[in-house]
Every structure is written in C-alpha cells, then in structure tokens.
Design a protein around this ligand. Structure first.
Ligand code: BGC
Length: 563
C-alpha cells in the first residue's frame, strides 16, 4: 500500500503541491445556498463561504467539495446548470469565485467543484437552440429527442421513469405551437439529458474542465458519472425489462453504467494529468460494487464514492464487511477508498441512526431516503441514540484509510429537519411524487452559526428553508469551546487524524462480534462498541472518545482512539 508523508508535518504549501493529497483527505461538502448568506437575500453565496474560511481551517479539513454554483433556476438545487463556465449571479461573480479559491488555497484547503455532465438545464442556450431547431438538426442532436409513440406521437417513446418520479420523457412544443418530439430527462424535465455520442458535447466539457482547472480548481466531483453514455437503439426496452440502477454487472443497461462511459473519463484523465499537481476527480456512480473500480482507476476518474457505509445499519457485522470489501476494492483499483455518511441527497446520519434498523433507506432503493419522512412516525425517532451513534460512526470513519467526505452541518451533529411545511419545499422529488416522497430538503436547511438572531447567523434576511427553533442549540457559537460538543469532537479528531494518518494500512484485531477494533500504523487503534453493554478497553493511552466512558469501560454506541 502506498504511504504519504504525515499531513501534519507538511506546510500548507507542501500540502497544496502534493500529488497524493486526495488519497487520505478529509473533504467537506458545501451546499452553497445553505452555508452562509453574505448579502441578505436568504440564499448562501460565494462571499459567505470566503468569510468562513477561518472556520473551515479551524475544522482541519483538506478540501472543500462545492456543490453546483453555476447559473441555475434551481429546479434541482443547482444541478440544473444554465451555463457551465460561470457563477450564478445569485451567488456572486467569477471574481468572487477567484477570491474564494485564493482564500482557501492560502489556508491550505483544496477546492473540488461539482460538475454535472449528464444533463444541462432547460435554460441552457443549447437546449433553447434545440427547441427552436427542426427535428433531425444538429442542435437537437446535442440532446436525446425521439418521436412519440401512437398515431399522433402523443405517447412517450418508452415507459421509462425519471429518478424523481413520473415519466423520463417530456414532449416539446414546436415553434408553431404544436406538440413536437419528446426529450429524455432521467431527472427533472428541467434537466434534459445531453447526448454524449455528440462530439460537440464531449469537446465542450473538456473546455469546461480546463476553464475551472485553469482557475485553480483542484478536482471535480462528477455528478451521476455512470449515466452519460446511452444505448438508445430502437425498440427501446420497457421498464420491466430494465434491471435497477446498481444491480447489473455487465454494462447492458441502456443508460446506467455502460462500458463506453470510460472512454470519456480516459480523455478527462489525460486533461487532468496536464496539470501540476494533476487534477483529481471522484465519481458519483451508483453502480454494483464490482464495477466501481473502473471509475476509480488511475486511467479513469481516480476515485469513486462508495455509499456502502451510508447504506448500512449501525451494525458491527455490516460495517466490518463493507470496510473490508471496500479497502480491497480500492487497493485493486489503485485508488484510495472513500467513506461517506451524509450528503445533500440523504437523511442526515444523526437522524438515520435514531430510526429502527433498515428504516432510513426504504423507498427509492439505494439513496438513504427517509423512512421517517415517508410514513414512519416521529415517535419512533430516538435522536439521543442517533446522535451518539453518529458521533461513534464518524470517529470510526475518520480512523479509516482513505478519504472521508463530510457534509456541512454533520460536524454540528445536525439532525434531518422532518417537518418542513409543504409550501416551503423545493426538491423536485417532492413535487414529482405528489408529496408521497418528501424529498431531500430536510438535509439542506441553512446552517446555524449563532445561538440566536436572524436565521441563527446564516444571514440577515432569513433562510430559504425554515430552520427549526432547536437549531440555535446546534449552532457553531453554542458548541465552540465546549469539549463535549460534536463540533469540538470533529476538530480534535481531524487534527489527530492529520498526525496519525501516515499510511493506508489497517489491521483488524479479533474482538466480540459487536465490536470493531483495528489498528493503524504507529500503534493507533480505533475501537467501536456496537453492542448494548459496556466493554473493557484494550491497553493503550486514550486519544479521543466519541462519548463519555462508563467507569473506565467503553459504553454502547461509542468509539475511542488509543495509542
Ligand atoms: C445529485 C443530486 C441531483 C442529481 C441530478 C445527483 O446524484 O447528487 O442532488 O439531484 O444528481 O443531478
């Protein structure tokens, strides 16, 4: 296994220049509209992020992953991009972006930009041109237009469903006002799928990657990386003939995880490698675990998210299996592993672990969607247990080799906000399911910075999604300096991790079934008690604990690091 110098011993400048910086990085995801609002319009923005760089530096993270900040009508929280080479005026300007990058880099923090290649927005100039152009035109060929079925073409070309619910096809209207062809949108109708067989689409994305790399972006998070290439040969299979996302292992699905997609990433890799240090990329690819390595290979994007821990219950056996498998897979691919418990698409893990086992992820298959929000009863949520487990799980994750991806607010132990009024909801998932699926707004509520005051310090003009009253107690201000707080736990753990994370080795120590105990180089040990009874601690000096010990014993739902 490869080893890296201790990050703690490196100057920020050396860390910035290290080509392996990503292998063991702690990456903090910022969902910009909900982070910090500098100009009192209720939406977080780029200057808000810049102002918080000291906070980010105090956390001890290595990189920020910035969710989409491009011009967008926000039909899908910014994942509907109008212009790939600009900043949303609601969030700032390119000059603000450059200033943010300079400030982050000055603090030794890298920037990973979210890139959305599967679909543009319906307001992108290409899509407007496509609608204005005749059938069969080159403007239409940048997207996936097809004739409808039935004598008058009024039925969609297939019965495929969009990920957000409803048909994956939308009928367009021709210039003369008559109904025209249909276009494919695997997500919302405002997100038409691009046609990656079209050379212009491929060339334009290379231009975009270069544009941001030249501006100092250090890496890219590639949205739905497994969907770009499609087999649209007629007749299109019916939805009953399709396997589900993440299930097939042979690349035979018409749009998920086709082998041809890797030609695109090989080209991207060549571009990334022109830079010093090379630009990095991480694939968001909900594929079968046996197919992940290709996305993560050094000839491809270099790293891929594994969501297996996020999908697991808080359960020693499940965690052990996931960790063992993913470390082996990462080693095979040449990448380092990735770990994630929370992001902008799933129920926050403090809430998930407070729900009955298996409860946090029913419904749309793999995406960690809220059981609580979809018919479960709030009475079954035990947030005290959930929070204790989330702290234990996070400390365990930070002891693992590989990159840890953290989501804004998890360092505050924020819970999911379950009771957003329907009228305030924004997520297209909610609207396309007639409210049956409440969607992802509950993990996107603006961060609380202060205990009191307008939007708890998020900004001076309220928050674009309502914050519950208890957010004040979770605020940075309320937790700062309190050693028992989740914020100080994350800070201390991230600092220690920087010193201890010298190589990518992990050795399991045999233990009871409900305990995970492993060692890392230089005598660093992590022990988590997933059981119900306190257990004796192994020999060693205590470095940090996710919760108080019980008369010298390690209580249930608690992790400690020892040396
Ligand atoms: C992003 C989602 C987004 C979808 C469509 C995802 O995987 O993480 O937030 O809705 O892609 O772009």
């Amino acid at each position: 296994m490869s080893s890296t110098a201790t990050a703690a011993n490196m100057s920020p400048a050396d860390r910035m220049a290290d080509p392996n910086w990503w292998r063991q990085a702690a990456v903090y995801q910022i969902y910009p509209r909900s982070f910090s609002d500098s100009n009192a319009d209720g939406l977080g923005d780029i200057r808000g992020i810049t102002a918080k760089v000291p906070y980010l530096a105090s956390l001890g993270i290595d990189a920020v992953w910035l969710s989409p900040f491009y011009p967008s009508a926000l039909a899908d929280g910014g994942y509907d991009v109008d212009d790939y080479r600009n900043v949303d005026p609601k969030l700032g300007s390119l000059a603000d972006f450059d200033a943010m990058v300079a400030e982050l880099h000055g603090a030794g923090i890298k920037l990973i930009a979210d890139i959305v290649p599967n679909h543009s927005s319906n307001r992108h100039e290409w899509f407007r041109e496509a609608l204005a152009a005749p059938e069969g035109s080159s403007a239409r060929d940048r997207y996936i237009f097809r004739d409808g079925q039935g004598p008058d073409g009024s039925l969609p070309p297939s019965d495929w469903e969009s990920v957000f619910g409803g048909s994956a096809w939308q009928r367009s209207v021709d210039q003369d006002g008559t109904p025209g062809q249909w276009y494919l949108h695997l997500f919302a109708p405002e997100q038409p799928d691009l046609n990656w067989d079209n050379q212009e689409v491929r060339d334009d994305f290379l231009k975009t990657l270069r544009f941001w790399s030249d501006r100092g972006v250090d890496g890219f998070r590639v949205d739905v990386a497994h969907a770009l290439t499609k087999d649209m040969t007629h007749p299109l299979p019916s939805k009953d003939e399709l396997g589900s996302e993440g299930e097939l292992q042979d690349g035979s699905h018409p749009f998920w995880d086709r082998d041809e997609v890797h030609e695109i990433y090989a080209q991207w890799r060549a571009l990334f490698n022109e830079y010093t240090p090379p630009r990095t990329a991480v694939a968001e690819a909900w594929v079968h675990s046996s197919r992940r390595a290709r996305y993560a290979s050094p000839e491809g994007l270099g790293q891929a998210f594994n969501f297996d821990l996020l999908l697991a219950d808080f359960d020693a056996e499940q965690f052990r299996a996931v960790i063992t498998r993913n470390l082996a897979e990462a080693a095979d691919s040449g990448a380092s592993s990735t770990w994630v418990f929370s992001n902008h698409d799933v129920v926050r893990h403090a809430t998930r672990y407070g729900l009955p086992k298996g409860g946090g992820r029913e419904g749309r298959g793999q995406d960690g969607k809220a059981w609580l929000l979809n018919g479960g009863s709030a009475a079954e949520l035990d947030l005290v247990t959930g929070t204790r487990r989330a702290r234990a799980a996070s400390l365990l994750m930070l002891a693992l080799p590989g990159s840890a991806y953290l989501y804004q607010g998890e360092e505050l132990g924020l819970p999911e906000v379950a009771d957003i009024p329907d009228a305030a909801r924004q997520d297209p998932t909610f609207f396309r399911n007639q409210g049956v699926d409440k969607g992802r707004d509950g993990c996107r509520v603006p961060l609380p910075w202060t205990a009191e005051g307008e939007s708890f310090g998020f900004g001076d003009a309220g928050a674009h999604l309502p914050q519950p009253r208890e957010f004040g107690a979770y605020s940075v201000e309320s937790q700062e300096g309190d050693p028992s707080s989740t914020l100080e736990l994350y800070r201390a753990a991230l600092k220690l991790r920087r010193q201890l994370q010298t190589s990518e080795e992990l050795t399991w120590i045999s233990s009871a079934d409900s305990v995970l105990h492993f060692t890392r180089p230089a005598g660093w040990q992590s022990v988590t008690n997933f059981g119900t009874e306190p257990i004796p601690l192994p020999a060693g000096t205590m470095l940090i604990s996710s919760g108080p010990l019980d008369a010298g014993l390690l209580p249930a739902d608690t992790t400690v690091w020892l040396s």
